[in-house]
Design a protein around this ligand. Sequence first.
Ligand code: HEC
Ligand code: HEC
Length: 474
Amino acid sequence: MTTKRLIAIAAMAALITGTGSAASDKVEWAEITAELGKVKQAPSGHLSFQRLKKLLDIGEALFVAKFTTEDGAGRPAATQAIDPTKVRHQPTEPFARLSGPDSLACSSCHNDPVPGGAGGFVTNVFVSEGFTNANFDTSDPQFSNERGTNHLFGAGLVELLAREMSADLAATRSSALRLARQKARPVEVTLESKGVSFGVLTALPDGLVDLSGIDGVDTDLVIRPFSQKGVMTSLRQFTVNAMNHHHGMQATERFGSRWTGENDFDEDGHSNEMTPGDISALVAWQATLPAPGIQTPASDAWKQAARSGADLFNDWTCNSCHRQTLPLDSLVFSDPGPYDAAGTLDDKQVEVTAEYDLKMLEWAQKLPTDEQGRVLVPLFGDLKRHKITDRQIAALGNELLSQRFVGRDVFMTTELWGIGSTAPYGHRNNFTTLNSVILAHGGAARDSRDLYEAAPEEKRLALIAYLRTLVINK
Ligand code: HEC
Ligand code: HEC
């Protein structure tokens, strides 16, 4: 029996037990019907807790599913590229470590300490996206950037923060343009959202915008919180990419006839391998993974060290990039979202998006709030890209390809929530200790790193004791 058929049976069972409450839920629920292994219709409208729960069961099953050739795994005629691209030479082997497909399940890599988690060095991926003629058989870094597997806990909150920040920046741009037109002169404004500054922008009276002063964000001012480079917009986009790259499971919303003119783009005899509903279920599961927490240390000595480490984290300005929290106005996750482009469904391409309030989930109810009632997302990040190397400190400057025109030595601040559970470290997963990855911070983080380096060992250990309390709850 195929993996997806098994998932379908589970989904059917869930539906049979749950359909009675549909009317009272006031859900515009284009039901998740599973037939021949497909989540036939993507969910839409407000999802009650019960409806969401069912979607999550399917999403989890798909995340850990080991896809088979009967499900459509493999892509004999297509490359791993994000844009649908045909291979020049068909592969002779079903798996390829460098260009993929490289595994049967998402959880083959995202598995530490549990599914949805990070992965060891052995799960590194050779990221060559954007290049379309790819059947790489070399790990030569001229052809791909090697990246370690990061964890997905709290990812829904990260995407929600990014959406709100993108909206803030767009609003700033619009009001600057209005003002420039009214005053008939250039208007310079600071681009800031949630206390994070993204440089300055100058609006000109003729409607043009001078973007030469922006910092850490793309010129369209959309925050792209995913991938360690900070170049992927949404969980949905990443999921569609990953399904094709790692498993050769092609999403209809990108590889279907609408964009490619073909129903079986990878020519493996299967069409419609991942329906929009399948992708929605995977997105929902990832978007609702609990935020990592702070564990109470096992001993008094550790407790004490962690307490002073928390202060040192601020004293040494680690928090200028790794912000302990960012405030989030709304916990309502909508899918598909507002900032995706062709090849990933966005809210313009569907009649009604699915909406679920993360507040329905127990872990989200426990998140701290500020006096305005905003949730304080404890991510230890700023969703901004920074230059992380300089002439002396260059160990993180190991990439040769400039992904999506972002500088080779520029990376997004890693969110440190969960860091106590996810060794090894760095974007290539090649630092075995927290001490060594901290010492590898150059560029914009150089002053902060130098404060750490110059401190007595006891204080450095205290900082690390603190970082070790930031864990993924199993
Ligand atoms: C072969 C290992 C591997 C497999 C299989 C894999 N991933 Fe990943 N995943 C990675 C790596 C490596 C990264 C980091 C990429 C980067 O930073 O450029 C990543 C990053 C991500 C991210 C972005 C996280 C962030 O915070 O930046 C998401 C979302 C994700 N993966 C989802 C999935 C899904 C869904 C699947 C299954 C369809 C999957 N992954 C399968 C290795 C893998
Ligand atoms: C200028 C912004 C900035 C400052 C300041 C900064 N960091 Fe970072 N940090 C980053 C970026 C960017 C990365 C991602 C580096 C990479 O992997 O390429 C990172 C990565 C890390 C990592 C590795 C995370 C992982 O999962 O691999 C740790 C740990 C870390 N920082 C701790 C610290 C500490 C402790 C301080 C203060 C001494 C600090 N950082 C100061 C931007 C900063």
